[in-house]
Write a protein that binds this ligand. Sequence first.
Ligand SMILES: C[S@@+](CC[C@H](N)C(=O)[O-])C[C@H]1O[C@@H](n2cnc3c(N)ncnc32)[C@H](O)[C@@H]1O
Length: 213
Amino acid sequence: MRLRKKPWVAEALKGFSDIVVQNPGEGLAGKWQDMFGNELPLHVELGTGKGRFITGMAEQQRGLINFIGIEAKEEIVYSAAQKLRELELSNVQLLVFDVNDILTIFSRGEIERLYINFCDPWPKNRHAKRRLTHIEFLKKYRILLKPGGQLWFKTDNRPLFEFSLEQFSEFGLEINGITYDLRKSGFDGNVMTEYETKFSALGQPICRCEVNF
Ligand SMILES: C[S@@+](CC[C@H](N)C(=O)[O-])C[C@H]1O[C@@H](n2cnc3c(N)ncnc32)[C@H](O)[C@@H]1O
């Protein structure tokens, strides 16, 4: 994805070096447990946005799970970092990074679960490959997820959801807990994202599923 850099943000992010990795590199692959200083399982959110979900999850799972949020736009990472700082959570790191390059910063089987929440739908067919649930991304996720690892997916966008279900099936993945209306599904412990809060307030149903790799 094309990024427009805002010079003040990179500078401001330096004040969050305990929470934000601005230029993650290959040296980090296989080293995330060392970074966190423990051997807790690793959950990674792709396209974290302003961090409401990852903050809520990290708070809920403090001492149980380490979380990494990947977000391409540094000004958005800055908003997420501010949320995290207030809560003094030590089990989250935010990366200013493009998911397209995800294979370079994790090692094989290092991740236990991925979350994709309200990813950009890229409605034009010619842009389908940019959708984070496209089969070309699934190939990468398979390498990085542990055997039995999962992807949890939420979106308000029905055509994107249908497309994603097709991609998961085509790739031979088992899909569980499919719902077209999360609020009515009985799913417990849902942590809302920024987009989810906005769409839910408009009465829009949220689609969700869990995919086993
Ligand atoms: C529609 S927003 C949803 C944000 C958040 N997940 C939520 O539900 O509120 C999608 C986010 O994904 C980020 N994003 C899109 N493509 C990305 C990529 N290839 N790598 C990293 N972040 C990406 C965008 O910058 C944006 O912040």
